[in-house]
Design a protein around this ligand. Structure first.
Ligand SMILES: [Zn+2]
Length: 321
């Protein structure tokens, strides 16, 4: 079963979390494979998307935010757009659009940044938005400050977290057709070093030690071992304080937030003329959710209602439908 566990270390300014997605990840892949238009993801794309999903759960854990965290990669290679979305209650979903051939050994740079124009965006979309409030969004390129492209998502996100949050972070990610998993340890802001009962230098050394241990975790171990076994293997000599693991209905689980109302809002956003022309062409407007495969159909009567009744939902861009 999919599981998330947060942990701290007694006396050290370090927080961490480990996630292992199994059933939730299988559901994402199963629904994609069932889509007769697209078919299953090529393995390198599935690996990237699984890592994005694991990373999104870990980052959401640390921002403590009531809303969705959306990690998007807009690429200039075979991966045009990849999206992973995690709600505050750990419901999650993901999708990617792929065009052209994908090499069997394609990494992040080859998949999404061969021309150097790939971008990664992290959006925090609050569950309840004050009027006029925009979601927070941070956007970064997929290369380091010297212009060298990142070959792994973990390297790109570590760079992002260091720059945006000013917090040193160590991230290990891995995914295959069965498991999407990740480990994140992060230096906590020092708000009163005295509270930790040691000097700033000791705190610094403590973080460095934990980060070095975390970075020694291999992708194979992350995929094969249960979270408790990973934590034991890495930190058995440390004063680890683990929170109760979250799984089942409290844990990370697949769920799509799409709805007929949201699709209706999107159609309204297209405008009546556009939707009528689709109707003339096909007899009905059919919109399939890219995340879960649900098909929403609007016939002529539905469409007339769409544009006569006042909309209860504002237009929604396709990626959050
Ligand atoms: Zn859906």
């Amino acid at each position: 079963m999919s599981e998330l566990q947060r942990f701290l270390f007694d006396g050290l300014p370090v927080r961490g979390a480990i996630v292992r997605l199994t059933d939730a990840w299988a559901e994402v892949l199963r629904r994609r494979a069932a889509n007769t238009e697209t078919g299953a993801y090529p393995l390198p794309v599935a690996q990237l998307l699984g890592e994005m999903l694991a990373a999104s759960v870990l980052m959401h854990t640390h921002v403590k935010f009531d809303g969705a965290l959306i990690l998007q990669i807009a690429g200039d290679g075979p991966v045009r757009l990849a999206v992973a979305q995690v709600e505050a209650d750990l419901r999650l979903r993901a999708t990617a659009s792929v065009s052209g051939a994908v090499a069997a050994d394609a990494d992040l740079a080859a998949l999404a940044n061969p021309g150097g124009k790939g971008r990664c965006a992290i959006t925090l979309d609050p569950r309840t938005r004050a009027q006029g409030q925009q979601p927070y969004q941070g956007i970064v390129g997929l290369a380091d400050d010297g212009g060298a492209p990142f070959h792994t998502l973990a390297a790109g996100l570590q760079h992002y977290m260091r720059r945006s949050e000013q917090l040193a972070s160590t991230l290990v990610l891995a995914a295959d057709e069965n498991v999407a998993a990740g480990l994140l340890v992060q230096r906590m802001p020092l708000t009163g070093a005295g509270n930790l009962g040691g000097s700033v230098q000791e705190a610094e050394a403590g973080y460095e030690r934990i980060a070095t241990l975390a970075a020694s975790l291999t992708q194979r171990e992350l995929l094969e071992l249960q979270p408790s076994a990973v934590l034991h293997r890495l930190f058995w000599q440390e004063k680890l304080m683990g929170f109760a693991p979250l799984s089942g209905e409290q844990g990370p689980r697949f769920a799509c937030t799409c709805s007929r109302e949201r699709v209706a809002g999107m159609l309204r956003g297209l405008g009546q003329e556009e939707v009528q022309s689709i109707l003339r062409e096909r007899g009905e407007a059919e919109v399939g959710c890219e995340y879960c495969g649900q098909q929403y159909r609007f016939d002529a009567v539905d469409v007339r209602q769409l544009f006569t009744e006042p909309g209860s939902q504002p237009p929604v861009p396709p990626h959050v439908q």
